[in-house]
Design a protein around this ligand. Sequence first.
Ligand code: DGL
Length: 246
Amino acid sequence: MKIGVFDSGIGGLSVLKSLYNSKLFEKIIYYGDTARVPYGTKDKDTIIKFCLEALEFFKQHKVDFLVIACNTASAYALDALRQNCSFPIFGVIEAGINETKKQIKDKNKKILVIATKATIDSKEYQKRLTLEGFTQIQALATGLFVPLVEEGIFEREVLNSVFNYYFKDIQNPDALILACTHFPFLSNPLENYFENNIKLIHSGDSMVEFLKNHYTLKIYKETKIEFYASSNVDYLKFIAKKWLNF
Ligand code: DGL
């Protein structure tokens, strides 16, 4: 089974990592739109246009289905993408909501969604969580986390001052939805920061669970990955090696 993974840039490697570690896929084609990242600061029409252009790439590579690793793209472009191709397309938001339902049984638990500005503005997470019956939802755009991860800045001092800035008015949440591809790389510092057995919902792991429910998948000895990018593919490969421990 050949699957495509699309992201606005390198952040989708967090989703790729989960897919790769699951060993459930024979071949993964990863494409990052590194020439035009970030999507999280752009408007709806621009995001849809970029995603439709990326779709042509996956059509040429004849993938069996496509995973939209990018939350921002999943929030705005899923309908347009699905209307323009014949293979199944899965976005991370639905997967993340399913995982939240699975992990958080008490609908009155405090849920905090963190994401790019565009994802938060789309209200996709907030609407879907409300429909599922969750009563205490907060949503926060934490855009600065993206360049921190891109720059590989993980020093506790720097991160904690950024966390203090964003979370100053947030009361300890019970669950944190990491609704941006980059944020799983901050899982440990975030867990340490909140100190209250907070449950972290990770897009990549949620996507693996979601796909397991959709397909009968077998275990492969090895998953082959091909990397493509609209700019500087060597950097993408370098980071992938580092983050995925190839
Ligand atoms: N991949 C994006 C997301 O998950 C984050 C980076 C961007 O803004 O493009 O929302």
